[in-house]
Design a protein. Structure first.
Length: 327
């Protein structure tokens, strides 16, 4: 727990299963367990990094947290309100407190709307501001994200990728949210632009007191931005720990393998770190292995791993691991 703060977001045993239908009669023959029993908390003012390889369920967790999906099971509490089963107007009333920055800045912006209209759209939906007040608010938001006010009448295709992402960030900030899910917000950007967007997110967090869930597969960027880091594999969280502790001493075999793949700025120093090569492919989330999800590729696998699901436990202060090595 962070000193003097309370959890803004609580997630308890979140499950997100998508049905599989086959045949002419579209019979249900199974389900994809995209998220399968995930629990964590995010404290006010912190950034929780959520990392893992493609297809492990990171983005599904982010979207389920904001109730962009109807969840299969579990509980989600944001700012003291349980939103797990909310719908209609009750869920709509919660929207201003929680927003999302999407991965692809081009696909997430309406090409037929001007930048000013895109940023003002949440204000149109959730406030009773006058046209003049909306224009003033849009101008302030454009200032906050580093866009010139004169660009308000332009269209998304007239901007670079980094500028389009800034438009998406301004739209997310329009309703003064407390919690923002950043779904790989730099993945579609050039390397030269990524640092600018990350620095902008940090500055906005300081200015507006924001809380982030930062989803990414870029471990170096997560190390720069996150307060704590959760590592996901095949729909489950394998390890959750404070940033510095996790990077210095990863506990879970999957975390160790993941961090061993991070490029080192000094090739001579990199030789001291043994690269862990995982064998085999990631199992299908429609048919996960029995016992531990990682047992088919784990270099430290034991017999118990193939039959029993490891318990999620606290091994050090603030450090949680799901692995039989620590049971």
């Amino acid at each position: 727990m962070l000193d003097g703060t309370k959890p803004l977001v609580r997630v308890d045993d979140l499950k997100m299963h998508f049905p599989i239908f086959k045949g002419v009669l579209r019979r249900r023959v199974g389900e994809v367990k995209a998220v399968d029993g995930v629990s964590f908390e995010i404290y006010e003012g912190e950034t929780l990094g959520l990392v893992g390889e493609s297809g492990c369920g990171k983005s599904t967790v982010g979207r389920a947290l904001l109730r962009l999906y109807d969840i299969t099971d579990g509980h989600i509490e944001i700012d003291g309100s349980d939103i797990s089963t909310l719908s209609g107007e009750a869920l709509r009333d919660m929207r201003p407190r929680m927003q999302m920055i999407f991965q692809d800045p081009q696909a997430s912006l309406n090409p037929r709307m001007t930048v000013g209209s895109i940023i003002a759209e949440p204000l149109d939906e959730h406030t009773n501001l006058t046209r003049k007040e909306k224009r003033e608010k849009v101008a302030k938001l454009m200032d906050a994200v580093g866009l010139a006010r004169r660009f308000a009448d332009r269209y998304p295709h007239e901007f670079s990728g980094g500028q389009r992402q800034r438009i998406g960030i301004a739209r997310a900030l329009a309703l003064n949210p407390k919690f923002i899910v950043c779904d790989e917000p730099i993945a579609a950007l050039d390397v030269s632009i990524q640092a600018q967007v990350v620095n902008l997110l940090e500055d906005l967090q300081q200015e507006f007191g924001l809380t982030y869930l930062f989803i990414s597969h870029d471990l170096s960027m997560v190390r720069h931005l996150a307060t704590r880091v959760a590592v996901m594999y095949l729909g489950k969280i394998a390890e959750l720990a404070p940033r510095d502790a996790l990077y210095a001493d990863p506990k879970h075999p999957y975390t160790q393998a993941l961090l061993s793949a991070v490029p080192h700025p000094d090739p001579a120093g990199d030789r001291q770190h043994e690269r862990i090569i995982l064998k085999g492919d990631v199992p299908s989330p429609a048919n996960p292995p029995k016992g531990c999800n990682f047992c088919t590729r784990c270099p430290k696998v034991m017999e118990i791993c193939r039959s029993e699901t490891p318990e999620w436990r606290e091994v050090d202060a603030g450090r949680f691991v799901a692995c039989h090595l620590y049971n």
